[in-house]
Design a protein around this ligand. Sequence first.
Ligand code: 6PG
Length: 241
Amino acid sequence: MRTATTVTTVWPDATALAHAAAHLIVDISNKAVQQKGYCSIALSGGSTPKLLFSLLATAPYKNNIPWKKIYFAFGDERFVPPTSDDSNYKMAMDSMLSLVPVPKKNILAVETVKLKPEQSAKHYENELSKFITKKHPFDLVLLGIGEEGHTASIFPNSPLLEDKKKVRSTWVEEKQMQRISFTLSFINQAKQVAFLVSGAGKAAILKTLKSAKGKKLPAARVQATKTTYWFLDEAAANLGV
Ligand code: 6PG
């Protein structure tokens, strides 16, 4: 059994961080397609990944990714229509997926209109199981981190920290929003995870994660089976002071 590793890199700014993550995605996607004929990636939401997604949709990255052989899903989704500016699906479509030759059938969105949250979580889990198995887990799950240590839609003390299902619907009090999210257990089944953490606003939580108290926070409990990458910029890594 290979031991899991963590790789932390610090980049001068958000743009350099996005380029570094883009290089990783080129590498992971091509290796996965060579090894098993396809690649599976779960995208994160929020604002940080936008720059990475835009980079991936432009040369040189766009021309070096096997788009037609990648399956995309979402690590979490706000329970809003896909036309809403709060939708992670809309953000990913607008900044990347509508600009690259990925087959529409390979993009698994969370159903947030025709189904109620609980039904949607079950439906999403069933659809995921068609291409994500114990033998073939996600090649990569992208994640961000919130200032109180959440990741995906797993907030401190969330039941999703101990839940053994893959996907759950959850009310997020901190955001006053219904979410659909991977559980910690499902995220940790991924082969690789990459956190993108940018900006001075994340410096405090990154410091906390290293403390005894911080170790219990959702983001601190993520560990991919092969490698967990932390892409930080200097502002978040607090190298400026
Ligand atoms: C979401 C994300 C969430 C995000 C963090 C960081 O749906 O909002 O999945 O977990 O990654 O909140 O968000 P920012 O990148 O906007 O700081």
